[in-house]
Design a protein around this ligand. Structure first.
Ligand code: CA
Length: 233
């Protein structure tokens, strides 16, 4: 299940950055530039979570939230407010108006992603499962444990994150560069062959004497979760 996120923000570079990162995390993303445009969009089809900028053309973020909270369909919509204003009193006002959380610009993308995950876990637990399953593999995000066919598999932190990422995005093929971005982080300079080394370790840990390899190497493209481990919808 993919959670749908609506970004309501008039700074285009920020929207692009957020869209890129959210899509890479497996979310379905839609965006709106104006507050009044967003209001209409939300009347037609409510997402699972909305990121709403404070200062918007057409209708302010605060007024938009006020309207959303007044309508039964969007009364409980999880909302994170984005804003350049950092004053404590404004912060309180933002939350009091009905946002569930609040983040001050400039913020770090990983921090926003963590807040989105936390809010979805609280409000839509089925969208952000604590335990991921693929075939006979079970990955527990909270306990940081992986089991295959009921037996614990011991993984290093990078292998764990790599497997978690592939399981979060079943069926999608990722290049080594994309995996470096998403699993290692964008600021790190690491040779792309490092990815192969960690995929090798992950396979070795998962595949003890087993025939079916859960990780598929796509020649010339990268890696993906083996289709036999992808649940059919
Ligand atoms: Ca703005």
């Amino acid at each position: 299940m993919t959670a749908r996120i609506l970004i309501i923000e008039d700074e285009e570079p920020l929207t692009l950055l957020l869209r890129y990162n959210l899509e890479a995390e497996g979310y379905a993303v839609d965006s709106a530039v104006r507050g009044d445009e967003a209001d209409l969009k939300l009347k037609e089809n409510a997402p699972d979570l909305a990121l709403i900028d404070w200062m918007l053309p057409g209708l302010s973020g605060i007024e938009l939230i006020r309207r959303l909270r007044a309508r039964p369909e969007t009364q409980a919509l999880p909302i994170i407010m984005l804003t350049a204003r950092g004053e404590e009193t404004e912060r309180v006002r933002g939350l009091a108006t009905g946002a569930d959380d609040y983040i001050v610009k400039p913020f770090s993308v990983p921090e926003l992603l963590a807040r989105i995950r936390a809010l979805l876990r609280r409000t839509k637990p089925e969208r952000v499962a604590g335990v991921l399953e693929a075939g006979d593999i079970e990955l527990d995000r909270e306990k940081k444990r992986v089991a295959r066919a009921g037996r614990d598999v011991s993984l290093g932190p990078t292998e764990f994150r790599l497997l978690e990422f592939l399981m979060e995005n079943p069926g999608r093929v990722f290049s080594r560069e994309q995996l470096l971005d998403r699993v290692w982080g964008r600021d790190v300079y690491i040779d792309e062959r490092t990815v192969d080394v960690h995929v090798g370790r992950l396979r070795k840990a998962l595949n003890r004497g087993r025939a079916v390899d859960p990780i598929r190497t796509v020649r010339g493209a990268g890696y993906a979760l083996n289709d036999r481990f992808v649940k059919s919808p």
